[in-house]
Design a protein around this ligand. Structure first.
Ligand SMILES: NC(=O)C1=CN([C@@H]2O[C@H](COP(=O)(O)OP(=O)(O)OC[C@H]3O[C@@H](n4cnc5c(N)ncnc54)[C@H](O)[C@@H]3O)[C@@H](O)[C@H]2O)C=CC1
Ligand SMILES: Nc1nc(O)c(N)c(N[C@@H]2O[C@H](COP(=O)(O)O)[C@@H](O)[C@H]2O)n1
Length: 308
């Protein structure tokens, strides 16, 4: 190929990269950066709730036409097509944090980075784009210290995860039952292994019915999780799932107002009855206001705001 033509093509490619922008759908539903800030390089400044007890929450996931988010036995499915996956990665750049449950972390071993966005012409992907802080709900510290989130961060190719957990409960200063002391020692050993690998442990206070009684659920209380994260400087979070986490956020949203925006990608596939759904046990789902629907490639994406 003629050298001039080749240089021209490279210049065109560079121009395309520099002008790459999030899809209009995201701008409509979540907003945009100020015009003097390069796309994807900073979280959105305007999605910070006035309520200082929690961050702004965008709940988002991809589902099939029959509302499944994974296959039989939790097998990870790539439901999003190329365009909607790219939209998801743009959305990741827009938030301070990205939150998943430990079920997803163990099952999918995700990276939660923005690698589907165009490569910048200067700097590395990591240097150019804003990467959200991975946040894992993990009461029993099941996250393997060898997982990709920790390994990527150790080699400078990712942001180290924060693991949200709670110290194993005692009843009235004593271990509640035989074997609890051993369980606590194992929890401490897992905590130390995660710390050595580079993860940060964030302790969340569990709510109890009575100070002398252990908590009724092993799940972490979401209001306390969000309060803790906001106090640590996390102003916006994209919650990606999985099934239990989606249920928790949607079921408590009505009474506690935990979710601000819901963005669902719907892929044109049917998974069938053995797939993993999130809707079966939903209770008290709050009212929602439709903001925008768009078609990205073969997928439909829907954006809604949750009512107060
Ligand atoms: N299609 C999609 O967009 C996505 C699909 N997935 C799929 O979801 C599946 C994993 O879902 P699950 O097994 O339900 O795991 P999950 O990711 O929802 O994690 C649940 C775990 O989180 C912990 N947790 C702590 N506090 C909690 C709280 N307040 N509420 C809920 N959980 C809390 C508990 O230990 C619980 O077992 C995988 O098959 C994965 O592939 C996950 C994310 C997105
Ligand atoms: N938007 C979206 N589309 C799909 O088809 C998906 N399966 C998911 N899953 C979520 O993304 C995580 C994987 O992230 P990385 O690709 O490793 O960065 C996965 O764990 C789910 O949270 N999302």
């Amino acid at each position: 190929m003629d050298l001039e033509v080749l240089i021209g093509e490279i210049r065109d490619t560079e121009i395309k990269v520099v002008t790459a922008e999030p899809p209009d759908f995201l701008k409509t539903v979540l907003g945009s950066l100020p015009t003097d800030v390069l796309a994807g390089t900073s979280p959105l400044p305007d999605i910070v709730p006035s309520d200082t007890t929690r961050p702004y929450i965008t709940l988002t996931f991809a589902q099939s036409l029959d509302a499944k988010i994974a296959g039989k036995g939790g097998r990870q499915l790539i439901l999003s097509g190329e365009e909607s996956m790219k939209m998801t990665h743009w959305m990741r750049t827009m938030h301070d944090g990205i939150l998943i449950g430990v079920g997803t972390a163990v099952n999918d071993n995700p990276q939660l980075n923005v690698r589907h966005l165009p490569f910048p012409n200067q700097h590395t992907h990591m240097q150019h784009y804003h990467h959200p802080r991975p946040l894992i709900l993990d009461p029993h510290l099941r996250l393997p210290p060898t997982c990709k989130l920790v390994a990527n961060a150790a080699k400078g190719a990712g942001i180290a995860p924060w693991v949200l957990t709670a110290t194993p409960p005692k009843a009235d200063g004593f271990w509640a039952s035989e074997g609890d002391e051993e369980k606590v020692r194992e929890w401490e050993a897992r905590r130390d292994a995660l710390l050595s690998a580079g993860a940060t442990i964030v302790l969340v206070e569990r709510e109890t019915l009575h100070p002398d009684l252990p908590p009724t659920s092993t799940d972490l209380p979401l209001p306390a999780v969000l309060r803790t994260l906001r106090a640590q400087g996390i102003r916006s979070i994209m919650v990606e799932g999985g099934a239990r986490v989606i249920q928790s956020f949607l079921s408590t949203a009505a009474s506690e107002r935990l979710v601000d925006t819901l963005i669902v990608t719907c892929a044109p596939v049917i998974v069938g009855g053995e797939g993993v759904g999130y809707a079966e046990r939903l209770e008290g789902v709050p009212g929602m206001r439709h903001v925008a629907t768009d078609i990205l490639g073969r997928d439909v994406v829907v954006g809604l705001k949750l009512s107060t």
